[in-house]
Design a protein around this ligand. Sequence first.
Ligand code: PLP
Length: 376
Amino acid sequence: MILFNKPPYVGKEVDYIKEAIENQKICGDGPFTKKCDKWMEERFGTKKALLTTSGSTALDMAAFLCDLEPGDEVILPSFTFSSTANSFVLAGATLVFVDIRPDTMNIDETKIEAAITDKTKVICPVHYAGVACEMDTIMKIAKKHNLKVVEDAAQGVMSTYKGKALGTIGDFGCFSFHETKNYSAGEGGAILINNPNYIEKAEILREKGTNRAQFFRGQVAKYNWVDFGDSYLQADLNAAYLWAQLEKADEINENRLATWKKYYEALKPLEMKGIIKLPTIPKECIHNAHMFYLKTKDLETRQEYINFMRENEISCVFHYVPLHSAPAGVKFGRFDGKDEYTTSESDRLVRLPMYYNMAMEDMNKVINKTLEFFGM
Ligand SMILES: *Cc1c(COP(=O)(O)O)cnc(C)c1O
């Protein structure tokens, strides 16, 4: 069976986990956590990076830092993972879903302004497949209407938009280090705090509402419960696994990009014939090969393709059921404007197996079976 995903493993993970155990520091903010945080700050150019327990909790932190009140509105795409929406629901906001662009499957920046009301407080662009949203336009709209921007860059670690790392453009950026993402801690994530006014608040929020971080820096005499908070610290055991991969981040990135390009070149003839649609990478964007997807002509063809691939022992998957049509989406939000592409394009999308160190033989099998299915 050719699996859809294999967790990244570069070789040093076990040594580093052993080192964490020998350090007698397996909880949060140990040496490996600090290395990962510092690496992200230097590599991506953000004021503060903090590892969290997941991409979902990084989004929770960002939502809480936005200081939302009941009735406040957050603009986001409907074509995304439930986590993007959950965080703003937890923070008390109402969701306003905006349509996507069919080329990148990202929020359509030209439809955002129409969705803004006097209750709107946040725009949350999701960089789908590690390909950036049109951030210049989104930041301009946010500035004009005094809105915060939370980038869901769960899939966008190592991608850039006009040379800027994804996650560093808005007020906050959120990464995921889940095992299905490019770099993994098993379960894990990070929040990037690009607006320095929020660093202290973020540290307090992450450490159960205490000013423990300031205490350890010698800035306060004792530490105290100062605000609302939770525990978002990633265990150093997980950070040790992640560190092995961040050290090899370029190698992992190049390896994935090579797989992506191989798929793209091999399937291009199907697109030229109008049989499928391949992803578009706008010229401002450098992506990270987080995923490889194609779009079939309709839902029925997609299902037949997935079944055919499964019969040939290849696991292909689809996602997402648009959030505005899901029970919780109906309860917590509304779709603004017309659903021109969200439902129709998500119905056509299918993801191919894609992971670090994928064997050439497996790639060839995926390609050949795909060409065979579509009659080439
Ligand atoms: C993976 C993902 C998340 C959640 O990350 P976890 O680490 O699994 O909690 C959020 N948003 C998007 C777009 C994702 O792909």
